[in-house]
Design a protein around this ligand. Structure first.
Ligand code: NAP
Ligand code: FE
Length: 372
């Protein structure tokens, strides 16, 4: 029954969460740095709501709106310098996982003038990050509630996470109405990511009673929506958007305690080299994970199916239809190059997989799925 549980984020939820909690912004200072992607903050309506609250509260703001998908450490470093020069007191991140993760890194760079872009991975700096407030516009990563930030090193093109107590937001404004402007493909990929967090967490060696509570909520909510999306191939209504969004937060709480398994690092390879969006890139390996689960963690895997009210066949075929990758081929040389990132040591995602997972397993899966 032992577990460690740490989830220090205050969540203000519901329609109007930003406008109804204006005093939270004022508590963090008079100068705000807003972090967004190119257009989602505007399209979702979240940016307008934040600007209105800041203006009514007499808070100055500066906007950095150049965060790309799979955010680069170099962009985060530039935004950090801009915010430091403008004496920003706190950061508001608005968007999907990319701007939210970027906000956590920018908060570190802004507070630590001498930190070079790639030294953020070493996690050695003197000053605490600026306070971060987050507003999600996708229903996927759960970055709002996790102490994780996934960043891409522009020099190598590789994705790598930082995590820890100082990577949590101080507060989150969780309003699913900001996810309504997501196009169908983004809705699918982000929902797949959320389901993947819950399923990988359930099968992880770190799974325990506390994350189970969140997985029990997340899996049926997300699965029902994904099954509906697969059948109807159209945008969900407001109620389903709400289920997807809260489901993604519950799944984020599972990820936060259990981490992810091999589908995530293998998915990074598809995103980095073949531009597959994060969620689809990870669920591309869901079939392999479920098969490992049935071989080495049968009870846990059966419980996932029971929670979803489905069986292995239906589960894997819905996921594989929704994931539908474009044609990808990999030569042996490419597979060796992609897998060389695991030369030195196996990441936690491999170690926590039922029966373990190795670089050789990754090479075998890539060869079987994509080999020429
Ligand atoms: P994203 O990369 O933030 O956004 C994907 C696309 O959707 C972008 O074009 C974005 O536009 C658009 N978009 C977002 N919200 C929208 C809205 N409401 N209306 C219209 N368009 C919208 O997608 P994501 O899947 O949420 O985040 C993926 C990133 O999170 C990856 O880097 C992944 O590795 C990371 N991640 C983090 C965690 C964690 O715990 N921290 C967990 C899993 C994954 P804009 O470019 O205009 O914003
Ligand atoms: Fe993910």
């Amino acid at each position: 029954m032992d577990f460690n549980f740490f989830m220090p984020v205050r969540i203000y939820s519901g329609k109007g969460a930003v406008k109804n909690n204006a005093e939270v912004f004022s508590a963090y200072g008079k100068n705000c740095g807003i972090v967004t992607g190119r257009s989602s903050a505007l399209k979702s309506g979240a940016l307008d709501d934040v600007l209105s609250v800041l203006s009514k509260s007499g808070i100055n703001c500066i906007i950095y709106d150049k965060i790309e998908e799979n955010p680069l450490i170099e962009s985060c470093h530039s935004a950090g310098s801009l915010f430091r020069e403008n004496k920003v007191d706190f950061i508001v991140g608005i968007g999907g996982g990319s701007p939210l993760d970027a906000s956590k890194a920018i908060a570190i760079y802004a507070a630590n003038e001498n930190l070079s872009p790639k030294d953020i991975y070493l996690r050695k700096y003197d000053n605490s990050p600026l306070p971060v407030l987050l507003i999600g516009t996708t229903a996927g990563t759960g970055s709002e509630v996790t102490g994780v930030s996934v960043l891409t090193d522009g020099a190598t093109g590789r994705k790598k996470s930082i995590s820890g107590a100082d990577c949590y937001a101080k507060a989150v404004f969780a309003d699913s109405s900001y996810t309504q402007s997501m196009p169908y493909e983004v809705t699918i990929s982000t929902a797949l990511d959320a389901l993947s967090h819950a399923v990988e967490g359930c099968l992880s060696a770190k799974y325990a009673d506390m994350p189970q509570l969140f997985a029990d909520k997340a899996i049926p909510m997300l699965w029902d929506c994904l099954k509906w999306l697969d059948k109807n191939k159209t945008l969900p209504d407001e109620k389903m958007r709400e289920s997807l969004y809260y489901g993604s937060l519950y799944a984020g709480m599972v990820l936060n305690q259990c981490g992810t398994l091999f589908p995530h690092p293998l998915g990074y390879v598809l995103t980095e080299n073949y531009k597959i969006p994060h969620g689809k890139a990870c669920t591309a390996f869901m079939g392999e994970l479920i098969s490992v689960g049935y071989s080495y963690a049968r009870e846990k895997t059966e419980r996932i199916m029971e929670l979803a009210g489905t069986n292995e066949d239906e589960f894997c075929s819905v996921i594989s239809r929704l994931t539908a990758l474009p044609e990808i081929t990999m030569t042996d040389e490419e597979i060796s190059k992609y897998c060389s990132r695991w030369d030195e040591s196996a990441p936690g995602n491999f170690i926590n997989t039922p029966n373990g997972f190795s670089k050789a397993d990754a090479e075998r899966i890539f060869r079987k799925r994509f080999g020429v």
